[in-house]
Design a protein around this ligand. Structure first.
Ligand code: GLU
Length: 305
């Protein structure tokens, strides 16, 4: 297995040259475009890593998985999906075009920015700090790492330049889809994107979902089987922005990508996988990371289809 992991990195490292690091905020443009790493966390509690797996990166949109989990736990499926849809968008992650043209103004799904901002506002807590703590704690528990924290300079950069997200959130507020103070919700959203993490952390988080909501290392149930089922379905249909369909064909694992260069992948009843490669394709997905997952899915016969 270690050999396959190493081959996945060595055979696909050249793809990093075909992508570019995210540049929408100055802090992310400083990432190393050549980095490529992978970690697997098996539900039998064994772990394997290869490549630049110790690289630290910001979680970005992979946090949307945990935001959705918390919203479902706190408000239930009916309430969550009365304010957010469950359909792929085929538009870029930060698009707002369909907010206005759809009759209900509901964001299409929880993994585009608009949907994640609505889900953030639905998480338990009287204010942004409480909501952030709720999701941050869940990330730390799912990763089994109490030291996970915000990268302050990325947070400041997100907050300073997050004008498109601000426009989205104010539109949603106007449409009556955001509870409480809109700036408070945005601040929580920016903090969540800025959480600093490693591939092993993300692989462990994915292993909880792969193990139907139970931590493989301590046998503790963190969420229901139904929530895992919903989250895996939305990851499969909406997890890779507007190239989720192609990713399902090429890889076939419920996954979520983030512009920090991470892709979290779930091999149900088997393992959690995380790849990190900050050079992104034109959709915002890790260029070489996708190829590493495709290699592993083929070699280990992981596709769910
Ligand atoms: N902080 C980014 C944004 O909201 C996250 C984007 C992403 O990873 O998809 O614009």
């Amino acid at each position: 297995m270690q050999k396959i992991l190493q081959e996945a990195i060595d055979n696909n490292r050249h793809w990093t040259a075909h992508g570019a690091v995210a540049s929408y905020i100055p802090e992310l443009a400083k990432e190393n475009p050549d980095a490529l790493g992978v970690c697997i966390y098996n539900i039998d509690n064994t772990t394997l890593c290869a490549g630049d797996s110790h690289t630290k990166f910001t979680i970005q949109s992979v946090s949307k998985v945990v935001t959705l989990i918390c919203a479902l736990m706190d408000k239930g499926k009916e309430t969550v999906f009365s304010s957010v849809g469950m359909e792929p968008s085929a538009d870029p992650f930060n698009s707002m075009v369909k907010l206005e043209t759809r009759e209900s103004h509901k964001p299409l799904n929880p993994f585009i920015n608009a949907g994640a901002i609505v889900c953030t506002s639905m998480v338990q807590g009287d204010n942004g700090i409480e909501k952030f703590n709720r999701i941050h704690n869940m990330i730390k528990i799912m990763a089994d790492n109490p030291a996970i924290d915000i990268n302050q300079s990325v947070y400041r950069s997100e907050k300073l330049t997050g004008n498109t997200n601000r426009a989205i959130a104010y539109y949603l507020k106007g449409a009556g889809l955001i509870e409480k103070d809109v700036e408070d919700v945005l601040d929580t959203y920016f903090k969540l994107c800025s959480i600093e993490i490693t591939a092993l952390d993300v692989a462990k988080m994915a292993s909880v979902i792969a193990n139907n909501g139970i931590t493989p290392w301590s046998n503790e149930r963190l969420m229901s089987i139904e929530i895992c089922r919903i989250v895996k379905a939305i990851m499969t249909t909406c997890g890779l922005y507007d190239s989720s369909g192609q990713f399902s064909v090429d890889v076939g694992l419920p996954s979520k990508s983030g512009v920090g260069g991470c892709i979290m992948a779930v091999a149900p009843q088997n393992m959690g996988i995380a790849v990190i490669g900050p050079a992104l394709d034109s959709h915002g997905n890790s260029m070489a990371g996708k190829k590493v997952l495709e290699y592993l899915a083929n070699e280990l016969n992981l596709s769910i289809f």
